[in-house]
Every structure is written in structure tokens, then in C-alpha cells.
Design a protein around this ligand. Structure first.
Ligand code: HEM
Ligand code: HEM
Length: 288
């Protein structure tokens, strides 16, 4: 029983840490990276705790074992694969190694998509184990009295689980996961937007010479940080896509392409930090 309680606590810790990892805007990058590693170590411990199950199922996987055990093993295998992907891509884009990546956005995309897919699998897994989760929670929070009061004979208590318990468990995990996923969806859109801007930047940098009218034109993805005092004329036709790199000509307008909406200064707070004009500020969040 002690073992089950410890397993329950570890499972709750893993799931909570996993969910919190989706709120990078609240934790900050340093905590996010350490938390991600801690969740992975928790998974390793979780796997060690169930090692005898793993050995017995995998030795019989292709021979004689129940369909249920096969489904569990498949989900566990996919979950493990998902966590390895998250850790691997996380380390590649991490500030710890500060790798000079030309395809940073692709790694970040894989990092985010594998996090979402793994979370959805984890929800399925909680659904498969909900009875054990509810029963063990009841033993932890409502322990049965050790001795019946003198003179009273009590019938042994059957720990039963109801439909309501299922709805409460899945409701809590479902709402937590929905909040976590909805928190990163805007980042995914911004990542693809910043990839487009970066590609356009590559194509137009050094050639972009905005005209007087076009200096105040804003693209759909760009954010106007300093409101211009003059209204753009109807004839405004940008001759080139505005870049994130401010020049003397477009200094009135700030095209914030940083998905984190920051104005990082050296050494930056993420792997996308670039400073092509060597002014100590990240090009992606720079204002003229
Ligand atoms: C968010 C991630 C995860 C959660 C919330 C979770 C939760 C659970 C729960 C509630 C159980 C049943 C009760 C118990 O702990 O004894 C369980 C069992 C198990 N878990 Fe996980 N788990 C997760 C990830 C993983 C991963 C990545 C693996 C790696 C292979 C894994 C392997 C196992 C195994 C082998 C069992 C026993 C067999 C089974 O019923 O599936 N789990 N897990
Ligand atoms: C439980 C595991 C993890 C999950 C669920 C997770 C999830 C995420 C998500 C959803 C984002 C995008 C957040 C946003 O833009 O709002 C992100 C970004 C990031 N994660 Fe993780 N992560 C995990 C572990 C790690 C680890 C272990 C590392 C590195 C050691 C790491 C490094 C990063 C970095 C560097 C970013 C990018 C920050 C940026 O450029 O905006 N993550 N992660």
C-alpha cells in the first residue's frame, strides 16, 4: 500500500510538472528548462517502479498476452517516445548549449507539437487508469479507521468508485490540459509568422529601401510599437517587405517579430537572439 501511495504522488507530480511546463510565460525559460529535466527524471523513476510489469509484458508481447496489456504497453511506449523527443529538442534549442541553429523554428515547432501530442496521450492514459487513481486518492485522503470502536462491529468497507469520480478526475485533467494547450497555440502561430518574416528578411535585407510613404506601413504580422504621428497616405505601397532590422529610414516604425514580444539585450533570453547591427539588442524585438 505504501508503494501505491508513493506511486500516486509521483504520478501527480509528473503530470503537474508536465502541465506547468506549458506555461513558459509564467515560469520563465530558466525554470522551464530545469522543470522539463525534472519531469523527465520523474518519468525514469516511474518506469523503474513499473519495471517488473514492463519485463513481463514485453517478454510475452508477441506471444500470449491480453489485448488490454498490449494497448497499455503501446501507449506507454508512445509516451516514452514523446518525452524523449521533448527532451532532445528542448536541449537542442536550450540556452544551456546556445547552439547556432539555422532552423531554430523547426526544432521549436517539433518541441511544441511533441509536447501537445504527448499531453493528449497522457490524458488517454489517465483515462485508462482512473479507477486506480480514484481508489488510491481515497486511501490517501480518507484513510479507513484502523480499529473499530469497542463493542461495534463494522462491515468491511468496500472502496467503490462512481461515475461522478470518473467525471471529476477527467474533468480536472481535461481542463488543465485544455488550458495548457490553448496557452501555446498563439506561440505556434507566432513561430510560423516569425519564420516568414525571417525568410523575407533574408530575401530583402540590404535591398530594402522603404520610401517615405512606406515607412509607416505595417504588415499583418508586425506590431506597431511607436504610433506614428502622421497617417499613412492612401498611396502607400511598400516597395519591399519591412524587415526586423531598423535602418535610418524605417526608424519610426517598430516591427516586433519576437514571438515572446520581448526586447532582449545581450546575451538574450532565447536561442533566437541575433544582433546583426551590434547594438546589444535582439533584432527580433528592436525598435528604432
Ligand atoms: C504524464 C505522464 C504519465 C502519467 C501521468 C502516468 C500515469 C500512470 C498511472 C496513473 C499508472 C497506473 C498506476 C501506477 O502508477 O502504478 C501508470 C502505470 C504505468 N506507467 Fe505511466 N504515466 C505517465 C508516463 C509514463 C511513461 C512515459 C512511461 C514509460 C514507458 C510509463 C510507464 C508506465 C508503466 C509501465 C505502467 C504500468 C503498466 C500500465 O498500467 O501501463 N508511464 N502510469
Ligand atoms: C516536460 C517537458 C517540456 C514541455 C512540456 C515543454 C514545452 C514547451 C513549450 C509548449 C514551449 C513553447 C512555449 C511558448 O512559446 O509559450 C517550449 C519552449 C521551449 N522549451 Fe520546452 N518543454 C519541456 C522541456 C524542455 C526542456 C527539458 C528544455 C531544455 C532543457 C526546454 C527548452 C525550451 C526552450 C529553449 C524553449 C523555447 C523558448 C523560446 O525560444 O521561445 N524545454 N517548451
Amino acid at each position: 500500500m505504501k508503494n501505491q501511495k508513493t506511486n500516486w504522488l509521483l504520478d501527480v507530480l509528473i503530470l503537474s510538472g508536465f502541465l506547468v511546463s506549458f506555461f513558459l510565460n509564467l515560469t520563465g525559460l530558466a525554470v522551464h528548462q530545469w522543470l522539463g529535466v525534472a519531469v523527465f527524471l520523474g518519468i525514469v523513476l516511474h518506469l523503474v517502479n513499473h519495471w517488473s510489469w514492463v519485463k513481463s509484458v514485453f517478454s510475452r508481447f508477441f506471444k500470449k498476452t491480453s489485448a488490454r496489456a498490449r494497448v497499455y504497453a503501446l501507449i506507454d511506449g508512445l509516451l516514452l517516445y514523446g518525452f524523449v523527443m521533448i527532451l532532445e529538442t528542448g536541449l537542442v534549442i536550450s540556452t544551456w548549449f546556445n547552439l547556432n541553429l539555422s532552423n531554430y523554428e523547426v526544432w521549436l515547432d517539433i518541441h511544441i507539437y511533441s509536447s501537445i501530442a504527448t499531453l493528449l496521450l497522457a490524458v488517454v492514459k489517465v483515462g485508462l487508469h482512473w479507477r486506480w487513481i480514484v481508489k488510491t486518492a481515497a486511501k490517501i485522503f480518507k484513510p479507513e479507521p484502523k480499529q473499530a470502536p469497542q463493542g461495534l462491529t463494522t462491515a468491511p468497507q468496500m472502496s467503490t468508485v462512481s461515475r461522478r469520480d470518473f467525471l471529476v478526475t477527467m474533468g480536472l485533467v481535461g481542463v488543465g490540459s485544455a488550458l495548457a494547450i490553448s496557452n501555446v497555440l498563439p506561440s505556434l502561430k507566432k513561430v510560423s509568422a516569425s519564420t516568414e518574416i525571417a525568410e523575407n528578411t533574408d530575401a530583402t535585407v540590404n535591398t530594402a529601401q522603404p520610401t517615405a510613404e512606406s515607412t509607416q506601413v505595417q504588415t499583418a504580422d508586425a506590431v506597431l510599437m511607436d504610433a506614428p504621428t502622421t497617417v499613412p497616405t492612401a498611396t502607400a505601397q511598400p516597395t519591399a517587405v519591412p524587415t526586423a532590422i531598423p535602418t535610418a529610414q524605417n526608424s519610426l516604425v517598430c516591427y516586433a517579430a519576437c514571438p515572446r514580444g520581448r526586447h532582449c539585450s545581450f546575451p538574450g533570453q532565447c536561442g533566437r537572439y541575433t544582433d546583426s547591427n551590434s547594438n546589444g539588442k535582439c533584432d527580433l524585438g528592436e525598435c528604432g
